[in-house]
Design a protein around this ligand. Structure first.
Ligand code: 3PG
Length: 307
């Protein structure tokens, strides 16, 4: 029987697992569940007999892929697929997909929540700042960026965006101000919300040059990936500018230094929290399952990322 493995070191909400199970069973397949595993050997063992794999931020290395003797498809239930060795998958003819948009609202809500939190001095009883009338720069206007823009407008923020890969008309339609360079975005906006993926071009790209351009009250919000930040630059900016704040949905490597030195100006979630809602888990988990069923039964490759 065709087997679908759901391997989640950080499990989906149980209601999402129920939905995935129903979809798998209705398709006539069998669900194999591996949750909260602590070492890659468990994944290597579990993948040996399955036809398809659903993961979140779980690391799918070449070793894992090679162990999947019957593996035909990997679906990352979420947006970023920097955790999959795409070359290894392609080399073995295995299709890799993501589920764009399915967990974006959860991440966007968290970005705004984190903006409020840091702007109100981490709720420690000090006088803070409001978001209304502040300039927010959306760095990359994909699914999450678009939703952050929409919610931020409800707060009365002035929303700017930079994304060379998105048609201007998309941003214009959303009534978002388009800037022509990343430098312009950073020099215009005191709040910057990051929505770029982590890849060879973007890793460590948020550097001193960009951060030092930000106007007074500079606040950087990272619900993307820790790897896109140049942490030496981050520490330099914190040292130079007492107005600079950083809030991140995943701790940077220099977390302990920032915590000890910059109380009230820095916060990070202990574990990536953006997509941690029942709604996002249901949306992304069931979408991933349906994409697998559709691929295995009809050869549908929509959302393939290793073409
Ligand atoms: C994503 O890329 O979809 C988000 O970062 C969420 O990741 P998670 O499923 O590991 O929480």
């Amino acid at each position: 029987m065709t087997k679908i493995l759901v391997a989640t070191e950080k499990p989906f909400a149980s209601v999402a697992v129920d939905g995935i199970k129903k979809t798998v069973t209705e398709a006539g397949y069998e669900l194999v569940l591996l949750e909260k595993y602590t070492d890659s050997n468990s994944l290597i063992k579990a993948i040996a007999e399955v036809d398809a794999l659903i993961i979140r931020s779980d690391k799918v290395t070449k070793e894992v892929i090679d162990a999947g003797k019957n593996l035909k498809i990997i679906v990352r239930a979420g947006a970023g697929y920097d955790n999959i060795d795409l070359n290894a998958a392609t080399a073995k003819g295995i299709v890799a997909m993501n589920t764009p948009g399915q967990n974006s609202n959860a991440v966007a809500e968290l970005a705004l929540g984190m903006m409020v939190y840091i702007s109100r001095g981490c709720f420690k009883g000090v006088s803070g700042n409001e978001l209304k009338n502040k300039k927010l720069g959306i760095h990359a206007y994909g699914w999450v960026g678009k939703m952050v823009a929409n919610i931020a407008k409800g707060f009365g923020m002035q929303v700017y965006a930079y994304d060379p890969f998105v048609e201007k008309s998309v941003m214009e339609k959303d009534d978002v101000k388009i800037v022509s360079s990343v430098e312009e975005l950073y020099s215009t906006c005191s709040y910057i919300s990051l929505h770029i993926p982590a890849n060879e071009k973007t890793k460590r790209s948020i550097n001193y040059d960009l951060l030092s351009k930000m106007p007074k009250g500079a606040t950087l919000i990272n619900t993307a990936r820790k790897e896109v930040i140049n942490e030496d630059s981050l520490q330099k900016i914190f040292t130079e500018r007492t107005d600079f704040k950083y809030i991140s949905d995943i701790a940077p490597d220099c977390h302990n230094i920032l915590v000890s030195k910059y109380e009230g100006r820095y916060f990070s979630t202990p574990k990536k929290q953006g997509a941690e809602t029942a709604e996002a888990n249901i949306n992304a988990g069931i979408a991933a399952t349906k994409q697998i069923v559709n691929f295995l039964k009809n050869g549908d490759r929509t959302y393939q990322v290793n073409k």
